[in-house]
Design a protein around this ligand. Structure first.
Ligand SMILES: O=C(O)/C=C(\CC(=O)C(=O)O)C(=O)O
Length: 303
């Protein structure tokens, strides 16, 4: 059997994305961007990576773009997920077929060639993702990543970084020292049962306060909340704090198709309906959903 026709068996217990989401009550402003989502395969066309730590269900570009339209969004930022390793074909294919309505964040190995980087740059990639979550990857050492930053600087790309809150003290100096814009996934995965003013989340706020080049995605109530769906109440003070303190450096996304959830799969409308709770004014919503992502991903359309 050739790789391209390989049939993949999902990780046991895998929860598939939610079909037929309801219509959100909240209407996003015109031009809203879903700035964190993924495509998976389909596996028979874009095989999952041999080094992957999970095997997902398929989640195609057509399904993603149908969800975008259904939820009232206009654009997407597709983040390369670890199940595709450093083969960015599925992400780039989805970006290239979006009619300019999507950009990509790639994963690359230190051995990536300049030609490969040029190809990604020419096809809608705007950054690379550094992943420090050990259940997903074997993280690369910071000095190796620093060399990659040097190589991508010429494109004006940024770094998307994924880590969990207990790892921030160790990563703090490395992240602060990155010489381009850095976007932290899911607020650095705080434990939202803790105090928003406690030491853990205060350190994350200090990181953003001291480093004007660091942004945060206020994403993933479905992943971080312990109080649970559909209102994810414990997530709200954390995300709202970051939106209110750093309104020009925040992004929002669905995280569709929500890989590796164990407890439940959200109706994506629930996630959209969180937005007015974490960004309570129209001015904040405009920055979070339109102005900030446009500045980072479509700067040529901003004046
Ligand atoms: O969807 C996310 O952002 C989070 C993920 C998956 C992921 O990032 C990946 O596979 O690269 C997770 O926590 O399992």
């Amino acid at each position: 059997m050739s790789a391209a026709s390989e049939i993949f068996e999902k990780t046991p217990g895998w929860l598939d994305w939610f079909e037929g989401p309801s219509k959100p009550k909240f209407t996003p402003p015109p031009g809203a961007v879903d700035a964190h989502c993924h495509v998976f395969g389909p596996g028979h066309e874009f095989p999952f990576a041999p080094e992957r730590k999970y095997t997902p269900c398929d989640a195609s570009k057509a399904q993603l773009y149908a969800l975008r339209d259904h939820l009232g969004f206009s654009r997407n930022v597709l983040v390369q997920a670890t199940c595709h390793g450093a083969d960015n074909s599925a992400t780039v294919d989805a970006v290239m077929s979006s009619g300019g309505k999507a950009k990509g964040i790639a994963s690359v190995k230190p051995s990536v060639t300049d030609e490969e980087l040029d190809y990604l740059n020419a096809n809608g990639v705007k950054g690379v993702r550094f992943n420090f979550v050990k259940r997903l990857v074997d993280p690369l050492p910071p000095p190796v990543l620093a060399e990659l930053v040097e190589r991508i600087n010429k494109f004006g790309w940024h770094i998307v970084i994924y880590f969990e809150a207990p790892d921030l003290p160790e990563l703090y100096d490395f992240i602060s020292g990155i010489s381009t814009t850095v976007v932290v996934d899911h607020m650095g995965r705080p434990d939202v049962t803790k105090d928003v003013d406690g030491p853990e989340f205060s350190l994350f706020q200090k990181l953003l306060e001291e480093n004007k080049h660091i942004w945060s995605k206020v994403t993933c109530p479905e992943r971080l909340s312990k109080s649970g769906p559909p209102t994810y109440d414990d997530f709200v003070p954390f995300a709202r704090r970051i939106v209110e303190r750093f309104p020009t450096r925040v992004l929002w996304g669905t995280d569709w198709p929500h890989p590796n959830l164990k407890s439940h799969m959200p109706d994506d409308a629930w996630l959209v309906d969180m937005i007015p709770r974490i960004a309570p004014s129209e001015a904040l919503q405009q920055k979070l959903l339109v102005d900030n992502p446009m500045r980072l991903y479509w700067p040529e359309e901003c004046n």
